[in-house]
Design a protein around this ligand. Structure first.
Ligand SMILES: Nc1nc2c(ncn2[C@@H]2O[C@H](COP(=O)(O)OP(=O)(O)OP(=O)(O)O)[C@@H](O)[C@H]2O)c(=O)[nH]1
Length: 178
């Protein structure tokens, strides 16, 4: 049964295969100095990731409504962009499969609704986030002000220092250069 399941899983797309860690730019900016995972880690990972990727990191994307969270995720996962606005209802998620230095690896990306009325539903999904991406609209300064609150809410549901945090500005094309 296990082996037939394995054959049903499509291969990881080529642009999601990272065969070696990129050379670090500066030691301060780097989380990983080695060229490969430690041999023990590698063996452990490959043992448990026999079928549909068991190695999953949870990413939650938060921020005001209309800032472009769904668009950011769609660009990353499907390389497409939709000009029409369809508000996220509660939450949505995508799974993106990778292979990193020979190890299967999945990102589970949670797209949360920015509308106030869905905040209660969306915040139920903050727990266990290895990555929190806080999004704001570069053309709307208020959305940057609000990121502090979004981040606090997401951090409250997670253990201290357990999440990597990113701040992403969107809609650069709408910013008039001076
Ligand atoms: N011009 C421009 N428009 C963008 C960009 N990113 C997103 N949009 C548009 O902004 C609108 C809102 O984008 P969404 O991705 O749906 O926003 P959201 O943050 O997911 O919204 P909620 O689901 O309500 O929380 C859509 O009409 C998008 O097409 C961008 O980089 N440039």
């Amino acid at each position: 049964m296990k082996s037939s399941l394995k054959h049903m899983v499509p291969p990881v797309s080529r642009d999601r295969i990272i065969s070696q860690f990129p050379k670090w730019y500066t030691p301060e900016a780097c989380l990983q100095f080695k060229e490969h995972f430690h041999a023990q880690v590698r063996t452990a990972c490959q043992q448990s990731a026999g079928t549909v990727g068991l190695k999953i990191s949870k990413v939650v994307v938060v921020g005001d409504l209309y800032v472009g969270k769904t668009s950011l995720i769609n660009r990353f996962c499907k390389d497409n962009f939709d000009r029409d606005y369809k508000a996220t209802i509660g939450v949505d998620f995508e799974i993106e499969r990778f292979e990193i230095v020979g190890i299967p690896y999945n990102l589970q990306i949670w797209d949360t609704a920015g509308q106030e009325k869905f905040k209660c539903i969306a915040s139920a999904y903050y727990r266990g986030a290895e990555v929190i991406i806080t999004v704001f609209d570069l053309a709307d300064i208020q959305t940057l002000d609000h990121t502090k609150q979004w981040l606090e809410d997401a951090l409250r549901e997670n253990e201290p220092d357990s999440s990597f945090i990113f701040l992403v500005g969107t809609k650069k094309d709408l910013v008039v250069s001076k």
